[in-house]
Design a protein around this ligand. Structure first.
Ligand SMILES: [Mg+2]
Length: 170
């Protein structure tokens, strides 16, 4: 078990992650956080860009599921039903419980799984502890509230460390 917080890769937005990039790394299951990763928190329905991206993954044989700590059960249920993707709610990240449940349900090993999210202390820590590829995105819509700005600043050294490694080709 690793306690590193540093993501394996940082992206500006989820759409930069392509099926080809995932395949090259042996990934066949992409797990993803919902809020600020795929959509702003108040968004009730997925937009066309998100639908297209997920369809592209599925068409290339990449399985996809949402693992969310969100407690608004109905909104997450409706959002995921509209996308046609499975989800684990109340996942309790940084616990690995939700990730383990999704991998077991879908039938994927940790070596072929990646977790995408916008937060270090929930998404990336859970990914690292579960031993899956940890992919981080800048928050959808950017940091807006005071708390988001603080969080954004606190997370930046780890993202910078990751970007330095990426630049060095590691
Ligand atoms: Mg989030």
């Amino acid at each position: 078990m690793s306690l590193s917080l540093t993501p394996h890769r940082v992206f500006d937005r989820y759409g930069q992650i392509t099926p080809e990039w995932l395949r090259q790394r042996g990934i066949t299951l992409l797990l993803s956080d919902l809020d600020f990763t795929l959509a702003a928190k108040s968004t009730r329905q997925p937009d066309q860009a998100l639908r297209d991206w997920i369809e592209g993954l599925k068409a290339a044989g990449i399985r996809f599921a949402i693992v969310s700590n969100n407690r608004s059960g109905q909104r997450v249920t409706d959002f995921c039903a509209s996308l046609g993707v499975p989800y684990v709610g109340h996942a309790g990240k940084p616990s690995t419980r939700g990730l383990e449940e999704a991998m077991a349900r879908i039938g994927a090993k940790r070596q072929e799984t990646a977790m995408l999210g916008d937060k270090l202390l929930t998404d990336m820590l859970a990914a690292r502890r579960a031993g899956v590829l940890a992919l981080m995105v800048e928050p959808v819509g950017g940091a807006v509230t005071a708390w988001q700005k603080v969080l954004h600043a606190l997370q930046s050294p780890w993202k910078a460390a990751c970007r330095r490694k990426m630049k060095a080709g590691r």
